[in-house]
Ligand binder design. Structure first.
Ligand code: HEC
Length: 183
């Protein structure tokens, strides 16, 4: 009996230890939680999406870019994103928590724009001067700042993860977006 009790105590102790470790791990995971797996993202937006880039800012916020794989062939061949291409950009002000989602869709050879809170997806897009005025800074890359990253990903060079050291959504220079893409 004493042995059994001893064993029982040990078992209880180790399960308590496991619980503490798990709780700590879960706590860390919550802090460092990477955005959801594509299946959950697909369910949320109703699109088959692949994450191709993360652009970080010095205040700790970051943006994650997603696109359906149909864009890959044209982009990997060196062309611009084709008709019907969509790019979604999730914004994160704290790790793992999506705030606004920005969306570009190519219709009739031109980009249309939309934005919605992650909690109520709305994939409607329209021409929007406020978006175009700033994206005009990426004229060399078809108004897509992260086109070098998209091209790298579509060519099998992996996803980008880099920092643009300017505040808010101020664009960095083209070189930053070029160098951010895996070689
Ligand atoms: C003040 C400039 C600015 C404005 C205004 C702006 N964007 Fe952007 N956007 C950027 C920058 C810069 C990036 C690249 C990511 C980064 O550096 O943080 C970007 C990236 C994106 C991307 C990912 C594709 C890409 O270009 O890399 C989408 C989608 C997007 N923006 C949609 C929108 C929509 C929709 C609007 C309007 C509601 C908008 N943006 C307004 C600066 C802007």
């Amino acid at each position: 009996m004493p042995i059994t009790r001893f064993r029982g105590t040990t078992a209880r102790r180790s399960s308590a230890l496991v619980l503490i470790l798990c709780t700590t791990a879960a706590g860390l995971a919550a802090v460092e939680k990477e955005p959801e797996a594509p299946a959950e993202v697909e369910a949320r937006y109703g699109l088959d999406l692949v994450p191709y880039a993360t652009v970080r800012r010095s205040d700790g916020s970051y943006r994650r870019m997603w696109t359906p794989p149909e864009t890959f062939a044209a982009v990997a061949a060196g062309g611009p994103p084709p008709e019907g291409a969509r790019i979604l950009m999730e914004t994160y002000y704290s790790p793992g928590r999506v705030s606004m989602v920005f969306h570009m869709e190519k219709v009739g050879g031109r980009w249309r724009y939309g934005a919605f809170p992650a909690s109520s997806p709305d994939l409607a897009t329209r021409p929007q001067a406020s978006c175009i005025s700033c994206h005009a800074g990426a004229a060399e890359t078809d108004l897509v700042y992260t086109l070098p990253s998209l091209r790298a990903f579509a060519s099998g060079r992996g996803a980008s993860d880099f920092t643009c050291a300017r505040g808010g959504r101020s664009p960095c220079d083209a070189e930053t977006y070029r160098r951010g893409a895996p070689p």
